[in-house]
Design a protein around this ligand. Structure first.
Ligand code: SF4
Length: 290
């Protein structure tokens, strides 16, 4: 098949740094054992399995305070998604060695929330419920931040204050976020908007929106728990108007998706290892559709 390789795609700087930090920790004999990662370091099971082989245990779950309750000694790595101050305090109280792999873009959002809260703002945080990034960000000022995920959440808001700010999660769809922000502005014209969708996420979404228009079908390589990979599928469907599917590996490709198609566009989420995307591209280049 003809394969359109969408660029940029795949690993972002935040993920590259987090994974390489975890590898360094695993190979450092001075680090107290056992070594844990609080949640999936990135939402990709291949990366998690690779680190398991190096002796790094993943504590799976999005409630990091609950996860840390199960650790008595050793080293704890905080993921690129960031953690709340309550988690840091609890790790220190337990005497755990901590390694912080929080992406600088997420740290910037945490700093922003703290600054806004200190200036007496109420904050609406647009993000995905149950995802670790909002948990960490909202935890910076839990009394001041309300998490909204969709229009129904916006309608349910009751925050009539003069100082109101809107802050977004880093990996949302720019188009969805815009619609939610417009609804918030319609209800609360005083709201100051801080769009924190990171550059890596924006560039990958824009690339899909423009480069997949010529394709008959779009495949996004990524884990089903990866928010930014799921958003790329959504952008391909809703913005580029193409049929689009999420695949973990080449084995997940359903031949029915390729039947009668000639051109397939491929991209991958910021947490997808490069070699898996390469395998998918190779599979498609060799594939003879019916
Ligand atoms: Fe950082 Fe963006 Fe990558 Fe998340 S997706 S790790 S915020 S660069």
């Amino acid at each position: 098949m003809e394969v359109i390789k969408i660029t940029p795609r795949g690993y972002c700087y935040g993920v590259v740094d987090a994974v390489s930090l975890a590898r360094d920790v695993a190979s450092d004999p001075k680090m107290p054992r056992p070594i844990y990662i609080l949640g999936q370091i990135v939402h990709n099971r291949h990366t998690v399995e690779e680190l398991e082989k190096l002796g790094v245990r993943t504590m799976d779950g999005s409630d990091r305070l609950q996860l840390i309750a199960g650790i008595d000694h050793g080293t704890v790595i905080f993921t690129a998604h960031g953690v709340s101050p309550a988690v840091r305090i609890e790790a220190a109280r337990k005497g755990l060695k901590t390694i912080d792999a929080t992406c600088p873009d997420v740290t910037r959002t945490h700093d922003l929330i703290r600054e806004l809260a200190a200036q007496d703002y109420s904050i609406i945080y647009v993000g995905k419920k149950g995802h670790p990034e909002p948990e960490g960000a909202v935890g910076e000022a839990p009394d001041r931040v309300q998490l909204v995920e969709n229009q129904a959440d916006v309608e349910a808001l009751d925050v009539n204050v003069p100082r109101l700010a809107v802050v977004t999660q880093t990996t949302l769809s720019q188009w969805d976020t815009q619609a939610i922000i417009e609804s918030i502005r319609a209800r609360y014209p005083q709201a100051e908007v801080h769009n924190e969708i990171c550059l890596a996420t924006q560039q990958r979404q824009e690339a899909v929106a423009t480069q997949s228009r010529e394709a008959d079908v779009v495949l996004v390589v990524g884990d089903e728990r990866s928010n930014n990979s799921n958003r790329l599928v959504q952008v391909a469907r809703e913005i580029a108007g193409r049929p689009a599917y999420l695949v973990g590996t080449a084995q997940d490709i359903d031949p029915a998706w390729l039947k009668g198609r000639r051109k397939v566009a491929v991209t991958s989420g910021t947490s997808t290892p490069t070699h898996i995307t390469r395998d998918v591209i190779q599979f498609l280049e060799d594939y003879q559709p019916e």
